[in-house]
Design a protein around this ligand. Structure first.
Ligand code: C5P
Length: 267
């Protein structure tokens, strides 16, 4: 089964206020986009990546992503990119010609870059239109650039087990209430039934195409993720465990937290 990752990376990053579109802001010396591509490639379950980038940064996105995709899978990666191939390594490097029996180095994952749109749904639709063929499509956020391989694995495993749509989820830690516009509390939601939803969200390709087709003909601005669009088709969406390291970098504090994850080896 072939699996393509769509990586919307065309957001402006207004809330991050870091002087560049969000996916191009640096974390530990490299753009979020580089971390995101490298994480996807390292998961070993992605056959191709389609990135939706700001129109003025298409070539930059391609260069950043292709460099990141060439990082050898399974070898050590430092904060500023792949460890010097001539330096000391503590594990067998795939494709190492000097090590008999070293596993073959996988071919780089092909990268396509398309122009993103005015909102995330439009960016995802543009990337989806560039997918030539695939059985499974994962939709990720470049902003969740530290997502561990285990999350990719759980999403793809659930799809291969027969689900049509899969989302990584985490429990709520806060109490959640509904309020009026003026802020008066009108009710409590049952926290045990609520989940925070992350990406990558995985879909059988036809389900995602149908969902975006419906969105085009019958726009519903209340859907803030791709699973929300698929739910409108009455397709069951399955939850699998997410990971706190897959946080979405939105505000400056998120970048600080992500830096802590990187310094703890989560990259
Ligand atoms: O803005 P937000 O954090 O919800 O964006 C989530 C992801 O969607 C980010 O990776 C961002 O770059 C992407 N996005 C996009 N096109 C837009 C808006 C957001 O690709 N117009």
């Amino acid at each position: 089964m072939s699996t393509v990752l769509l990586l919307p990376a065309a957001g402006s990053g207004t809330r991050l206020a870091a002087g560049a579109p969000k996916a191009f802001v640096h974390l530990a010396g490299r753009p979020l986009l580089a971390h995101a591509v490298e994480g996807a490639v390292r998961s070993g379950v992605i056959d191709a990546i389609v990135i939706a980038a700001p129109s003025s940064l298409l070539e930059d996105a391609r260069r950043i992503a292709e460099t990141a995709a060439e990082a050898p899978v399974g070898s050590p990666v430092g904060l500023d990119g792949p460890v010097d191939p001539d330096g000391p390594v503590d594990s067998v490097r795939p494709g190492d010609p000097d090590v008999p029996g070293a596993p073959a180095r996988p071919a780089p994952v092909p990268i396509t870059v398309v122009e993103g749109g005015a909102d995330r749904v439009v960016s995802v639709a543009a990337a989806l239109a560039a997918v030539p063929q695939a059985d499974l499509v994962l939709v990720h956020d470049a902003a969740r650039c530290l997502t561990p391989a285990s999350v990719y694995h759980r999403v793809v495993a659930a799809l291969k087990a027969g689900a049509s749509a899969v989302v990584p989820v985490l429990p709520m830690t806060d109490t959640v209430k509904t309020t009026t516009d003026a802020g008066t509390v009108v009710g409590d939601l049952d926290r045990t039934a609520l989940r925070r939803v992350q990406t990558p969200q995985g879909f059988v390709r036809e389900a995602l195409i149908a969902a975006h087709g419906l969105q085009r003909t019958d726009p519903d601005r209340s859907a803030t993720d791709d699973a929300g669009l698929v739910e409108r088709l009455d397709i069951a969406v399955v939850g699998v465990p997410g990971d706190e390291a897959a946080l979405k970098i939105t505000h400056p504090i998120d970048l600080r937290v992500a830096e802590l994850y990187v310094s703890d080896g989560h990259d």
